[in-house]
Design a protein. Sequence first.
Length: 244
Amino acid sequence: MQSRRDFVKNISLAGTAVSLLPNADPISTKANYRILFQGDSITDGNRTRNNDWNHVMGHGYAYIASSKLWYDHPNESLQIFNRGISGNTVGDLQKRWQDDTIALEPTILSVLIGINDVYALLNGYGEPITIFEERYSSLLAETTAKIPEIKLILMEPFILPVGQVLKEYDRWREPTLERAAIVKNLAKEFKAVFIPLQSLFDAALNRAAANYWIWDGIHPMPAGHELIARAWLKAAKPLLPFIK
């Protein structure tokens, strides 16, 4: 039987091993690329908030994309972080931006935000679309000022007619598209890579029904997360020259 002393010793060694892994905090100055996925529950993917490497990247598109990058390119010193938080609006991002984005000094920042802003609007406590634009623009301006060499990837919010969205699809669709248009314009302004997820999910309906891709109108099914991950890897390719 393992003694208490040996148990504590083994736990300590395990913690040391974890600290040497490429995604561990604090950030490593030796990393060639530091990729940060930022956003709401779609990015969060039920990730852990500790060094549990079985779940640290969540269970969504960020996990799929990062897993492929780490597997295919073990010699590239990649650090990849997931800082998505379920329920976040762009205003919530503002409150934690310094600690969860700027402090990590990413070389590539990927942002998917907006659908919770739509949800808040439809439930009577949201803010005008002008505030959404001002806050999002402010975040990007601050980021590019503090990290001039950073590369940005902006993804538009999206929905499909299924689940809670189906009954009021037109009511959901308009504000979602309005915020998607803002994200596209900000991508142009800040010279970011833009990923048109709404268009991609709309096109996916030619292959399978809405509930194959998104289970409740907002959160992707596994196939939907795969769709996002593939789109992300394709869009990120010019920013990651080691990808052939």
